[in-house]
Design a protein around this ligand. Structure first.
Ligand SMILES: C[S@@+](CC[C@H](N)C(=O)[O-])C[C@H]1O[C@@H](n2cnc3c(N)ncnc32)[C@H](O)[C@@H]1O
Length: 267
């Protein structure tokens, strides 16, 4: 079970800053071929910006949007109020889903890499789906944010910060296309398609870069540093390095696309 201190996000900041995630997510949603009356699980819905788009495509359907973070769900409830009663927001862990054969499809964007056991995750999602149910998802994968995380790790290993990071383990699982396909297959999925694509993201300036990296990518790293002064110093050093990148303030994002289906029931 994910421990409580790792669950929370600053959801107002995420809602405002998540333009890159929303633009990637819209492409994922554009791949769906919906009748319009399906019941769909949004797995790790965040503040619901993409859940709203999904609901627009399901005029006669319903979405159950789940997330681990109560802050995210509070923001999502506000953002999605106009869709009630076609949306249900549920606080739960993707590793402990209470659903069985409940959904025609599962959509997930920018969430799976925060879950460190993909065999367990995909087995849970498989169980949630009806026979012939589908999964359409995207998360960080391959060499996602490698340059940034190497810089953060190097800084965290310096004498000044090392005492704070002694027990810290990386918070993400970035699978490659083959590893993800194998995990999906082990869970029972068929018709599996997985692919990693680059998604270099350039932020406007130093201030935007600092705010984005701090509240989204390195939020769990920064929680290890006890004082605000030192957290700001940690981020200032990373931002200074990013200023010299080409292009400046770019983030080396890579996205892993996942598509799969639960087989029809055997006669
Ligand atoms: C980067 S946000 C993505 C939100 C939204 N899908 C989007 O694309 O903007 C990742 C979300 O996954 C949720 N999450 C991470 N681990 C989770 C878990 N084990 N169970 C449920 N939600 C989880 C986080 O709380 C967060 O809201």
């Amino acid at each position: 079970m994910t421990s409580p201190q790792f669950r929370e996000w600053d959801s107002s900041l995420y809602h405002r800053l998540s333009t890159p995630q929303v633009s990637w997510g819209k492409k994922v949603l554009s791949r769906l071929q919906l009748r319009g009356d399906e019941i769909v699980l949004d797995a790790g819905c965040g503040t619901g910006r993409l859940t709203g788009d999904l609901l627009e495509s399901l005029p006669h359907g319903r979405v159950v949007a789940i997330d681990l973070s109560r802050n995210m769900l509070r923001s999502a409830r506000e953002h999605l109020a106009r869709f009630e009663p076609r949306v249900n927001l549920v606080a739960c862990d993707l590793l402990h889903l209470p659903f069985e054969r409940a959904f025609d499809g599962v959509v997930s964007t920018a969430a799976f890499h925060w879950v460190l056991d993909h065999d367990h995750l995909f087995a849970n999602l498989y169980r949630c789906l009806v026979p012939r149910g589908w999964l359409e998802a995207q998360c960080g994968g391959g060499p996602n944010v490698q340059r940034l995380s190497q810089r953060a790790d190097a800084l965290a290993a310096t004498p000044r910060f090392a005492p704070y990071f002694r027990t810290f383990r990386g918070p993400w699982l970035f699978q490659d296309a083959q590893g993800a396909a194998e995990s999906l297959r082990r869970a029972g999925f068929v018709d599996i398609e997985t692919a990693v694509e680059p998604a270099l993201t350039v932020l406007d300036n130093a201030e935007h870069y600092t705010e984005f990296v701090r509240s989204i990518i390195l939020r769990l790293h920064l929680e290890n540093i006890p004082s605000e002064t030192e957290r700001a110093q940690f981020m200032a050093m990373l931002t200074e390095q990013a200023a010299s990148d080409d292009p400046p303030f770019s983030i080396d994002y890579w996205r892993l696309n996942l598509r799969a289906r639960k087989p029809a029931e055997l006669a």
